[in-house]
Design a protein around this ligand. Structure first.
Ligand SMILES: *[C@@H]1O[C@H](CO)[C@@H](O)[C@H](O)[C@H]1NC(C)=O
Ligand SMILES: *[C@@H]1O[C@H](CO)[C@@H](O)[C@H](O)[C@H]1NC(C)=O
Ligand SMILES: *[C@@H]1O[C@H](CO)[C@@H](O)[C@H](O)[C@H]1NC(C)=O
Length: 458
């Protein structure tokens, strides 16, 4: 009982320190270290126009990954030339090295002035899934601006990040910024179809160079608005892990025979039963466990009575919580080891191992000062969660234990279905916020010290 009591106190303290939701009016808040001058994220009108025009141009290049074997390599190459055209500063700055890896992917090494600081990495990918065009309000590769939105395939997944990272760095450079902490920018060209020619090769290259990273920032989660019933405010979710994935091939071996005298159980029946059994025995729902538990406890106060009391005291009420009602796809932390999936498929039918990977380890998400997660909170109020999709960052697990997947974009359920669906679009304002976020993040990374942070509020 005493221990429980101590835990509750800790949770209460956590709630006081960390707000779970993001206020639209306040926006994202940076913090300022004592004695370090910062470049404010204020952009001139012509810079803001150039910023959105650069994104539109990127959307117009159809860098489609059709399958493992087939992608539009003409467009992939063209994208590389486009980056050089739009961001020449990144290619002629003495402390930035650019390499093409795996033919089309790009690795920038930005050399910081202080070699004692461990480097970090910003990642994104510029390949997109196909967009046949039916059902779209505007052609998917037009990059048209309409009603304050830039439309097109890749505006959310994930050319927005590619362009925002390069844009933010360019804007810092032309303000004579010199980084203290080194960092890498890794831009993959085949994330949508495994990342094995892009991210995986970059990872191998960096491992061979003995690189270890303080943290990695990738795509993968958003500021979610309207995803959880009864929760009115949007909340920022930083994904600290990633679901595993597996493709299974089911196989039935039977003695061949004539259809006029079918056996009682045919191969089709056995196969159908196996598929049905898989479907009826989903992975256990891990609702309310791990990082999600911390997130729920912090979100708890944003619900009305009695849900607030229940969520803030999950240690007591967890058996009462109807996970199905409260959880939504983004919080669904299924137990997902590939071995586990295959065991479930066993029976009369063989399930040879298909390609797949286990759920990734959780990155640190406790909020202790000096941790990388704490640094993230300099920019965004936080929530932990599991990334529902897969990203290129799974190829980088040997390089860092702190992988955070987050874009500071407001996302509503209908926007979510536009990713890989129809009418993908980003608001001009949201894109600007993303550029600002990275602009601040790069500067915060310089002054972030793993042991003794000296921050104070702006
Ligand atoms: C591939 O990209 C080029 C431009 O980079 C474009 O002209 C061509 O139509 C694209 N091909 C396909 C099949 O999408
Ligand atoms: C680098 O490119 C920028 C933009 O085109 C240009 O203004 C600058 O003079 C170039 N610097 C060098 C050293 O070539
Ligand atoms: C991580 O390192 C281990 C040991 O060197 C290696 O076997 C493995 O393939 C690496 N994983 C990735 C994703 O690079």
């Amino acid at each position: 009982m005493v221990r429980r009591y101590a835990c509750m106190l800790a949770v209460a303290a956590g709630l006081l320190l960390g707000l779970a939701t993001v206020s639209r009016s306040k926006g994202l808040r940076g913090k300022k270290p004592q004695g370090v001058s910062r470049i404010p994220s204020l952009f001139r009108e012509e810079e803001r126009i150039a910023m959105k025009e650069a994104l539109k141009g990127a959307i117009q290049i159809p860098t489609v990954s059709f399958s493992d074997e087939e992608s539009n390599t003409t467009a992939l190459a063209e994208f590389g030339e486009y980056m050089q055209k739009v961001f020449p500063t990144l290619f002629n700055t003495s402390f930035i090295q650019h390499e093409v890896v795996g033919e089309y992917s790009h690795l920038f090494t930005v050399q910081g002035s202080d070699p004692t600081l461990q480097p970090y990495m910003l990642m994104a990918h510029f390949d997109v899934v196909p967009a046949p065009g039916e059902g779209w309000d505007v052609p998917p590769f037009s990059g048209l601006e309409r009603d304050g939105f830039i439309h097109g395939r890749g505006t959310l997944d994930n050319k927005n990040s590619v362009m925002a990272i390069l844009q933010a760095l360019k804007l810092l450079l032309i303000r004579n910024y010199i980084p203290q902490r080194s960092f890498f920018i890794a831009l993959g060209h085949d994330e949508e179809v495994s990342g094995k020619n892009g991210a995986q090769k970059i990872s191998t290259l960096l491992q061979a160079r003995g690189v270890q990273l303080a943290f990695i920032v990738d795509e993968g989660s958003f500021i979610l608005d309207g995803f959880v019933p009864n929760l009115k405010k949007p909340f920022a979710q930083i994904a600290v892990s990633e679901k595993g994935a597996v493709n299974l091939m089911l196989e039935v071996n039977m003695t061949p025979g004539h259809s006029s005298a079918p056996p009682k159980e045919t191969s089709i029946g056995i196969l159908a039963a196996a598929v049905s059994r898989l479907e009826q025995t989903p992975m256990p729902n891990m609702f309310g466990e791990g990082p999600l538990k911390i997130a729920l406890e912090q979100l708890g106060n944003e619900f009305s009575f009695p849900i607030n009391i229940i969520l803030c005291n999950l240690w007591l009420f967890q058996p009462l919580v109807d996970g199905e009602k409260l959880h939504h796809q983004c919080d669904d932390k299924d137990h997902h080891s590939t071995h586990h999936v295959q065991c479930r498929g066993q029976g009369k039918c063989n399930t040879p191992k298909g390609p797949g990977h286990n759920q990734l380890p959780d990155s640190p998400c406790t909020d202790c000062p000096g941790g990388t997660y704490y640094m993230f909170r300099q920019l965004v109020q936080h929530q932990g969660g599991t990334c529902i999709g897969n990203t290129d960052s799974r190829h980088y697990t040997n390089l860092s234990t702190s992988i955070y997947r987050f874009n500071p974009l407001y996302l509503q359920p209908q926007d979510f279905s536009s990713i890989h669906g129809i009418n993908e679009k980003i608001s001009v304002q949201a894109y600007e916020t993303q550029v600002k976020f990275i602009f601040e993040l790069i500067q915060n990374a310089d002054i972030f010290q793993a042991q003794a942070p000296h921050w104070h509020e702006l």
